[in-house]
Each structure stands twice: as structure tokens, then as C-alpha cells.
Write a protein that binds this ligand. Sequence first.
Ligand SMILES: Nc1ncnc2c1ncn2[C@@H]1O[C@H](COP(=O)(O)OP(=O)(O)O)[C@@H](O)[C@H]1O
Ligand SMILES: [Mg+2]
Length: 310
Amino acid sequence: MVIAPAIWYKIYNMVTEKTNKAKPAGTVLGGRYELKGVVGRGGFSIVYEATDLKSGEKVAVKECTVLSEKERFLREAKMLADYAGESAIVRVIGYFEDEETAYIVMEFLEGENLRECIEHSGRWTMEEAVQRMAPVMETLGHMHSNNVIHRDISPDNIMVLGDGSLKLLDFGAAKQYEDSTLSRLVVKASYSPPEQMDAKGVFGSWSDVYSICAAMYFCITGKNPEDAISRLMIDDLQKPSELGADILPAAEKTLMRGMALDSKERIHDIALLRKELEKVYPILSEEEKLEIKRKSSAEEQQPCPRLQRL
Ligand SMILES: Nc1ncnc2c1ncn2[C@@H]1O[C@H](COP(=O)(O)OP(=O)(O)O)[C@@H](O)[C@H]1O
Ligand SMILES: [Mg+2]
């Protein structure tokens, strides 16, 4: 049975206890992290900029705001720690609990999330999207080979740093294929494939393929793609080229195959997705990237001043 995302969200909020109030600046958490301000909020958390009073380092502290999700939140921290060596994933420093809730401490990423970045700076060409997403796709391939899928790839869960590189955030929904424990349905309209909206849906690497293609669709069109539920009724997902995106036909075909509603028709494997896209837009070598960086002026690389003071 398929249930609309908005209804799931309502049910979820009714059965969970939620604390959405941000802690004031100056609060010291875990006897060590002094909060400076809020830099982001998700459905399950508040993310603060903080100073580690021990090292003086600027860090990000993510607070779990849905108390019934504390255990899952701590699993997220452990899962992130497993991938600490991956350059396309935010580096987790640690996690701790207090009598109220749980917190994850991460490196502070100077930049904007992908949604803010595209909204502020305009859409990318498909060539740019492929270049920037290639390391993220590689990292996802490593996760998939360990039977872990992210399940929540979206523009809000990818950070764009000042140098244009991307980092994947938010492992709150990541899951082992064979993990049989009951998990919340992860639904992000526009970015979740149909199998994630169905309690009996079979998810796998192909589910992340759908979401990463939907995120690339957003990068090149500036628009959220039509959500899977609406598409299941009438599939009138517009091709990016119809929305004026700068994309070659072969890459568009691949992107649309990555967003096929029927998982059997979808590109199944992230490595294959990357290979198909790289056939159209070969990935630049490090030297070529450096050359481009040298040419681009310093003003073009400004991280976003988005700290919202408390
Ligand atoms: N390490 C970080 N450094 C800077 N900003 C961050 C960091 N982690 C998260 N954010 C910001 O906080 C927002 C919400 O974080 P996220 O981990 O996605 O929370 P949720 O699980 O509640 O969705 C992100 O979209 C981003 O803007
Ligand atoms: Mg998030």
C-alpha cells in the first residue's frame, strides 16, 4: 500500500515527542562544546556551529530533537564514523548523550547545502554536476559494496564547500540491506524512489541511484523533480532539456534511466551510472582541475555567510 508522504509525516509527528527549540548561544554541551548559533535544521535535528573548548576548533554539533529517535541517532553517528576515511563524507569527530538527548560532533563544513547553493548561485551544467558528483558516487559505491544504502540523498543532505567539492551528510536513514529491524519509511518528496514509499518496497543500490539522479536533476534545472507518487499516477516528469538545462542527449537518457519508476528498468548500480555519465563527460584529472581553479577568480569562491545568530 502506498501512503502519501504528508500523511506519514503527520502520523510520525503524532507518535513521537519533538523538541524544536534551539539551545541559546553560550550553552556548553558535553562539558566541552560551546554553541555559537544554528546553521541548519532537519526534520529530526538542529545543527549548531560550536567551539571545542579543549582544542579551540570550530565544529558542528547535531542535536537529536525527536527523543524517540535517540537510538537511531546514535546508530547514525556510528555509521558515519565507519566512513570517516571517505573524502566525500562529512568527518564525524564523536558523539555523546546527556540526560535529555544525543549529539553528534562533526567537522564544520564552510559552505552551503546544495539546495541553498543552487538557489543562491544558479544552476549548473550537467558537465559540472557530473564532475562534482563523481566523488560522491564513488563513495556511495563503497557503501553499497558493504551493503549499506544511504536512502536520503537530496540537495539538503549534500554540502557544497568553497572549492566546489561536495560532502555527503545525514546518515540518519542509512541502512544495511539485510537489516531486518523495523525502520521508519524514509520519504523525501521529489528525491525518494517509489520503493521507499511502500512499506513492502524492496530497496537497494538502485534506490540511491534514483535519489542521486534526482539531485542532479535539481542541480541542472533548479527545480525539484516531480515526486514519485504523482509520477505513479501520471508520469509527466519533464526532461531537463525541456526546462532549458545544459545537458547532452546521451547524458539525459542516462539520467532519465536513473529515475525510472520501475526499479527493474532503472540503472541498478551506482558505478554503472557513473561510467555511463563519464562516457559523455570525462572526469577531469587533478591537474586539469587545478588549472581551472587557477583561472577562476577568488571572488567566485565565497563560502556562504549563513550563520543564523541566536
Ligand atoms: N558538519 C556540518 N557543517 C556545517 N553545516 C552542516 C553540517 N551538518 C549539517 N549542516 C547543515 O544542517 C542541515 C541539516 O543537517 P542534517 O544532518 O541533514 O540534519 P537532519 O538529519 O535533521 O536532516 C544541512 O542541510 C546543512 O545545511
Ligand atoms: Mg538532512
